[in-house]
Design a protein around this ligand. Sequence first.
Ligand code: CTP
Length: 403
Amino acid sequence: MSILSGKNVLLGVTAGIAAYKAAFLVRLFVKKGAQVKVVMTPSAKEFVTPLTLSTLSKNEVFSSFTNEEDDNAQWNNHVELGLWADLFVIAPATANTLSKMAHGTSDNLLLATYLSAKCPVYYAPAMDLDMYKHPSTTATFEKLDSFRNIQIPAEEGELASGLSGKGRMAEPEHIISFIENHLLQQMPLQGKKMLVTAGPTYEAIDPVRFIGNHSSGKMGYAVAEAAAKLGSEVFLVSGPVNISLENSRVKIIPVTSAKDMYEAAHTYFPTCDIAVLSAAVADYRPKQVASEKIKKNDSSLTLELEKTQDILKSLGEIKKHQFLVGFALETQNELENAKSKLKKKNLDLIVLNSLKDKGAGFKADTNKVTLINKDNKVQRFAVKPKTEVANDILQYIIENIDA
Ligand code: CTP
């Protein structure tokens, strides 16, 4: 899956001959799973028709502040367009538009949108070679650089003038891969590998019964998905849960028992940089697993239980460079218990949730956590959706992983 999937891409088209390639660009963005809206300068319509771009993008194309040909003319809100966009890609970007961008001129909808947009702005210059080399253009690029706009370098080749040199707009495929690579590099967990454990474990009593718990796995899955979105490759060792997660960066390793989870966690941990163990692992399992279904012959039944291995503790014992995060679910003396677990299991961070807190716990979509680090620094958070809690945890990891 492309990093562009699900992103709102606003494509700005200006009046250069390369505008005809905007049609290919729209198609490629759509193929990558992005939503595309197009804003054009009025003169760009001479090079490529709005109908072509609206058909390919499946969205209305904007080119003026009002739809002047329409009797029920509507105000096209540049602020809304700018805020809608996750990325603003101006391609082709003519010398004229680039210079106006550098100077804050906003005499058309595209430029007003540029001034309103808060998202990253990419631009693909397209001009003749002498225009490209002109000191004024160099000054424009420097100015746009200082605005943190990102240039997609022009390419060398034959130009519309018949001359040959640098100034051609980058080919649509190159624009797409440039943006994909750039976005990936911006991701704080790019290049990292993370192990996440999630969900309950089931400890067999006989072929049809087990000892389990109410863990839904939502917290661990939220951490896995958020980490993948931040660029990490994730190994999600999951007990039996009812959640589906499709992300090409998340490899799900389904397990059932604490023993399976222990083995899978130890398989992936050595190559990982980060491990977040959120699973509610059974602490005990039946010592004997009956090979046949146990009949109800007696008035009572006693099961002898034995301890399972503490996965988190075992990883704390072998960890080298890894940043190790555990959870603590407590009902009393929360802080003290969490701090002692952090020490005992050699963790870098422990995420405490108290069953006493409203909105925290196993099945809810929300959680209320307190983060405690190795130096006993305590950071309390409000009740939030688990997806946001996941981001709070990851933010802490990102800020501290290489420290
Ligand atoms: N954990 C684990 N393996 C186990 C038990 C727990 O990896 N066999 C991990 C959990 O995933 C969690 C952390 O240890 O990250 C703490 O789990 P918790 O149940 O709060 O604590 P325990 O260590 O089991 O201690 P106790 O039940 O006595 O509070």
